[in-house]
Design a binder for this molecule. Structure first.
Ligand SMILES: [Zn+2]
Length: 116
């Protein structure tokens, strides 16, 4: 489960930033996760809960993880059809040509976090 490593990176990033702002507890973290980003929201939530259970001093029992799922979208470079690809290699449902240009769905980032 590579989400465990991803979550470790996210928490380090947030905690470093929080420390600079003299925040002692992180109450919530909001992530944007694209449908094609290779990270599963359920696994990220589980990884977050595991980190919480391990008792990091920047997290409390009520700390929350919010995930905004970004829908995958692609544009066909041949017929300009706009569609929802299910894989990174996007195949146009209208003309069946591969090579669709992904315009959304690959994002993986910390949107915001709240602390006190
Ligand atoms: Zn097409």
């Amino acid at each position: 489960m590579h989400e465990m490593a991803l979550m470790g990176d996210i928490l380090n990033l947030v905690f470093d930033d929080a420390k600079q702002k003299k925040i002692t507890k992180v109450k919530s973290i909001t992530l944007t996760v694209g449908q094609l980003s290779n990270a599963l929201p359920d696994a990220l939530e589980m990884a977050f809960d595991i980190n919480k259970a391990q008792g990091h001093d920047m997290l409390s029992d009520s700390s929350k993880l919010n995930i905004i799922v970004e829908e995958a979208k692609a544009t066909c470079i041949f017929c300009e059809e706009l569609y929802k690809p299910t894989h990174r290699i996007a195949i146009c449902p209208k003309c069946n040509m591969p090579g669709g240009k992904l315009t959304s769905g690959e994002t993986f980032k910390v949107e915001t976090y709240e602390g006190e």
